[in-house]
Design a binder for this molecule. Structure first.
Ligand code: ZN
Length: 421
């Protein structure tokens, strides 16, 4: 593969400075002063969409907000298929300023750098409206609408104030009856490319700026209930106790032990509650969550089988009962080989001649590409995330890595343009 031209370095550095300044500007649009919080269909969502639309028009794109509140800019022949670039502008509570945001802003800079180039496809930049699922507890709402996989059961989801998703659509000025119009057809698209911070320490540990993403982790989530017997904390001897909290605690430790022994499977118990929850009562019931992620669905499922077997043993020993309800399941999404190749070529263009191939890693975090993978080819570029901290105000990325990332992403687009549509 060969590129048509080299990007002027001075322009790429200016682009990176603009991305960093705009991350700061977007960080000031928040529902909670002193922190960053922008959730789906909120006044802050409307504000960032207006700002993103301004930035899209400034580089010659036509803009629209789709039926799910995603902000879209387009450049090129209205009838041509489009290469979609983007990420999301919504956040978790008390968020950092780069997760998602930096990918949208880098995409705009790629359009600015390439807008004079003759490309065989149109370019679209999409700022997805709800990747995190903060408000309604369901992630990827924006990208699921684009992928045509919207589920009408979601209309009844409620936020913390009891507002349904349907009501929130109406309050935001969107018509729930038109949600289908957000869906794209595969023949309208060439593929989807997203730049994102790693949200983990692998690149930082390796001393590398950028990586090719091979796949996005498969995930399963469960709510586990352990049932024992609530009894008096003073009067009940140990040999008569069926303490649900202790059973749940042993289960959480078993999750860690089994997952640590399994390469590339990560298990987390993030919630643990005891009932009735009094200081003087042996817990009669405990509830815990389990989040399981892995590179491959098969190994993830084998680990779940091992965990279930171990939990049954623990509960049997303690005279407890338990059951699990699966609340989320998503298969691993593999980045398209061609888009992995063009991202790799893009990163190579930022390295010294003769440098080793850049790292290829799988994403342990979920991304919009998980939904978009059902619609079109997906490729992802990761940026080094110092210390791997994310979903936290200390989340960081360096201007230099952003500059390398913009160059790599622009070169990746040019490499894709050199291949058959
Ligand atoms: Zn993200």
């Amino acid at each position: 593969m060969s590129t048509a031209f080299r990007l002027p370095p001075v322009d790429v550095e200016a682009a990176a400075r603009r991305v960093m300044a705009r991350c700061d500007e977007l960080a000031r649009i928040t529902a909670v002063t002193g922190t960053i919080e922008r959730v789906y269909l909120s006044p802050e969502h409307a504000r960032v969409n207006r700002l993103a639309a301004e930035w899209m028009r400034e580089i010659g794109m036509t803009t629209r907000q789709d039926a799910a509140g995603n902000q879209i800019g387009r450049l090129g022949d209205p009838d041509a298929p489009a290469l979609m670039l983007g990420s999301h502008l919504d956040t978790v509570p008390d968020a950092g300023r780069f997760d998602g945001i930096v990918g949208v802003l880098m995409a705009l800079e790629v359009v600015r750098l390439l807008r004079a180039s003759a490309l065989p496809f149109a370019i679209e930049v999409v700022a997805f409206s709800d990747e995190e699922g903060t408000r309604f507890g369901k992630a990827l709402l924006g990208s699921s609408a684009v992928a045509g996989s919207w589920n009408d059961e979601w209309w009844a989801l409620t936020d913390a104030d009891g507002t349904t998703l349907r009501e929130a659509f109406l309050e935001f000025g969107l018509d729930p009856g038109r949600i289908g119009e957000a869906a794209r057809r595969p023949d309208e698209l060439v593929g989807y490319l997203e730049a994102h911070i790693e949200q983990g320490p692998e690149l930082d540990r390796r001393g590398e700026s950028l990586a090719v993403v091979s796949s996005i982790a498969s995930a399963r989530r469960f709510q586990l209930v352990v049932e024992g017997e609530a009894r008096h904390a003073g009067g009940t001897p140990y040999d008569m106790r069926h303490d649900a909290l202790l059973g749940a605690s042993e289960a959480a430790l078993a999750v860690e032990r089994i997952c640590r022994a399994e390469h590339h499977i990560i298990g987390t118990v993030g919630q643990l509650e005891a009932y009735p929850g009094a200081v003087n009562i042996v817990p009669g019931e405990a509830r815990l969550s389990l989040d399981l992620r892995g590179e491959f669905d098969g190994s993830r499922d084998r680990v779940w089988d091992a965990i279930s077997g171990e939990i049954s043993d623990i509960m049997g020993r303690r005279g407890l009962r338990w059951h699990a309800r699966e609340v989320h399941s998503a298969p691993a999404v593999f980045c398209a080989p061609l888009l992995q190749d063009v991202v790799r070529e893009g990163i190579l263009s930022t390295l010294e001649p003769g440098a080793d191939a850049p790292p290829t890693i799988f994403s342990r975090a979920g991304h919009d590409g998980m939904a978009i993978g059902a619609l079109t080819d997906v490729g992802m570029l990761f940026l080094r995330n110092p210390d791997g901290i994310s979903h936290h105000p200390d989340e960081a990325v360096s201007a230099r890595d952003v500059s390398l990332g913009i160059r790599a992403l622009a070169e990746a687009v040019l490499h894709r343009a050199a291949e058959p549509l």
